[in-house]
Design a protein around this ligand. Sequence first.
Ligand code: KIV
Ligand code: ZN
Length: 521
Amino acid sequence: MAKEKVLLLDTTLRDGEQSAGIGMTGPEKMEIARQLQKMQVDIIEAGFAASSPGDFEAVSAIAREVEGPIIASLARAVADDVDKAAKAVEHSKRPRIHVFLSSSEIHQMHQLRKNREDVLEMAVKSVERAKGYCDDVEFSPMDATRTNPEYLFHMLEEVIKAGATTINIADTVGYAIPSATGFGQLLKDVQANVKGIENVTLSVHCHNDLGLAVANSLIAVEFGARQVEGCINGIGERAGNASIEEIIMGLDTRKDHFGIEINADTTQIYSASRMVSRITGMAVQSNKAIVGENAFRHASGIHQDGVLKDRSTYEVMQPERVGVPGNTLVLGKLSGRAGLQSRLEDLGYNLSREDLAKVFESFKDLADKKREVTDRDLESLMDEEKRTATEPISYTLDHVQFTGGDQGIPTATVKLIGPDGDSITDACTGNGPVDAVCNAIDRAIGTDSKLVDFNVQAVTEGIDSQGTVTIRIEKDGRTYTGRGADTDIIVVSAKAYLSAVNRQLASDEESNVPPLGSTPD
Ligand code: KIV
Ligand code: ZN
């Protein structure tokens, strides 16, 4: 008998984007969607079409281009949202509209300020409306885990009658407990008490407020859930969503326990994680399961001894299964174009002749500064190439100089190339090197943003490591992210700040996502 399957819905581009302080551009969303397609997730929730014209465009571009997975757009339970979601996914071969509405008394009383009968009617009407556009309709009772069970069952029964094909039990505030008497029991009760549930897909969507999102997702599978939602690296509102890579590897590594099939190509996980971290600027903690830097590193003598004898002594899965690149070949300044191309191909980059020529130049520059160029360095270099190719660029950095130290006044001088090819040089002091660099750039361009976050990470170990810097700036209540990579901390700070300023200059379109629970009257 064929094993049962669990579908994976990735919501990195929707719930993931709701992480505080991150915002992705359309091209960045497309890049992640393509990686999710490679990873063979079953459903990509590409965005929340009604939230902004930018998100509408991003969902609709993904729906047009990305084939294979179902492409979903989120919609509040109001006509206009459903119409926009339908329009945004209309060109997908496999469209889905995902309607949500709060089911708990707490939300209905304090947020929606509506009575339960009216809310029920809204849920039914919006599912019917969505069904008029598309066969595949998901309905999520928001805050389901804090909802009166009788009311929840009734609501679910009604939306199933109205045409919902997936019912998604949302643990919106990460309140559920992963046990047979906790979340497991709720799933059992839903299946026992909701007429028609046997004809739809039962899904779960778990948040991580108590650090239990993955555990809840996995116990839900044991108790009958056949769709699980999550985000790459577990990003999302507050403490985030369930990490989809942890769910995947849990189901894959412990097939013996779950006896469940999944479609995902696990070897694409590592690339997806790096990509999402790079694009969002949200670092992955070193000890993060599956994708953290230390996930497959063994430090103590006893562990190293065991692993050298047989990896299975201390590893429950192999790093290759997750797509962690082995460090077999290290490139250096004498390496040629063919060596670089072959290594890049191993890492999954297939470049045209022209692109390879460009990357080779950057590689040579890097190899001049660094004795060994590792896979991590190459990934960072490719990220930098992609970033500069896709990001809006008004100003580029020609060079930056800094004087300071513990005695002098920190002073930076920058030379920028402006939109018309003109060069602008200016200098400014600051309370430290980064402040001086940012002030000098602001003076040269005539901008004045507030730096709200500065994050530096070493790409590899060693004194000659490259650093990546992610910077967030705020201007008129909006946040813009910039990134850069270089072996010099001053240069990379200037690149990252300039990248954020360029984004700010280019953006007049993007708008903030409205609060998810809000429902326009
Ligand atoms: O957490 C939540 O309730 C959601 C819904 C929109 C599914 O993200
Ligand atoms: Zn959510």
